[in-house]
Design a binder for this molecule. Structure first.
Ligand code: ADP
Ligand code: MG
Length: 299
């Protein structure tokens, strides 16, 4: 499986929703498409799933136009629309027949797929009685029903409460083992938990295609945060004189120290502290969190 998104642009009444967007996705990957509300995630996902046409550019699956490869893609919309009066089994039978599956095939397959999403025993329950997490898991069952090689999920956990969120994240973690996944979210933490690769979109434009590790390393701080006891405040005068110390900022018992070559000098500073018998409460590298990095990129 190889998905190629090539220079996709989509406008609504002259307003650009997706702007010359390109990316590739390979078999076995789980990629997070991340961006704030209005960034163009749903629009891009609808183009990928052949729900809407782009104005220019193309989407290829295994080198063929996506419109000819629809069976290879499972799509979970941001707001799945179920008939509340149908049972889980009826819902999947209906959806399966819409996508051209045979009744006999569905009779055998639906119990398997319901078990896969943790809805065994709920075949004959009405969808109207389902929790948010159960509905979303039924949505995933629907997306997996025709055994696609790629599944695309639009904000699969954003609208869920913490319990539903956990249920669905665990399920995606399971599915990931044998399906290629592209999922969108505006909550970085959700993608952080399940995706190795992040593609960040802002105002319709791709601004990053990277991994968690790379993002964190790129923003490795050059500052150290230390917390000392009151008896050791005089050590601060000692460190101010160290050549590799560039800046010292004192806030109560907390000291922020900017040093040259942090990898090497953080250990030197620690040795210095110990040789002065300094009682260290806290000693940390001041890294941006993933959330801070994300905010800097998209705001
Ligand atoms: P996201 O899913 O990242 O929140 P969307 O793809 O839904 O973003 O929307 C991207 C932009 O396109 C937004 O400015 C939105 O208002 C606009 N948009 C999306 N769908 C339509 C539509 N059917 N008609 C007009 N504008 C739309
Ligand atoms: Mg959306």
């Amino acid at each position: 499986m190889k998905l190629e998104i090539k220079n996709v642009t989509k406008k609504f009444k002259g307003k650009v929703a997706v702007n010359n967007f390109s990316m590739e996705l390979n078999s076995g990957e789980c990629v997070g498409l991340i961006g704030p509300n209005g960034a163009g995630k749903s629009t891009l996902i609808k183009v990928i799933s052949d729900i809407i046409n782009s104005d220019s550019g193309e989407v290829l699956l295994n080198g063929k136009k996506i419109s000819k490869m629809k069976r290879e893609i499972g799509y979970l919309p941001q707001y799945p629309n179920f008939f509340h009066w149908m049972t889980a089994k009826e819902t999947l039978t209906f959806m399966g027949q819409l996508s051209g599956m045979l009744k006999e095939e569905l009779t055998n397959w639906i119990p398997v797929i319901l078990a896969k999403v943790g809805l065994e025993g709920e075949e004959n329950s009405k969808v109207g009685t389902f929790s948010g997490g159960m509905r979303q898991r039924l949505g995933i069952a629907q997306a997996l029903l025709h055994k696609p090689s790629l599944i695309v999920m639009d904000e699969p956990v954003s609208a869920l409460d913490p319990i539903g969120r956990r249920e669905v994240l665990n399920l995606i973690e399971e599915i990931k083992k044998d399906t290629t996944i592209l999922l969108s979210t505006h909550i970085l933490g959700d993608a952080e938990e399940i995706c190795e690769r992040f593609v960040i979109i802002k105002n319709g434009t791709k601004i990053e295609d990277t991994t968690i590790t790379e993002l964190l390393n790129r923003n490795n701080g050059n500052k150290l945060n230390l917390e000392l006891t009151s008896k050791d405040q005089k050590w601060i005068d000692v460190i101010k004189k160290i050549p590799y110390v560039k800046e010292v900022e004192v806030k109560g018992y907390k000291v922020q120290i900017k040093v040259e070559n942090i990898q090497k000098n953080k250990n030197m500073l620690l040795i210095n502290a110990l040789s002065h018998d300094v009682d260290i409460i806290k000693f940390e590298i001041n890294n941006d969190t993933l959330e801070e990095i994300f905010l800097k990129l998209v705001v």
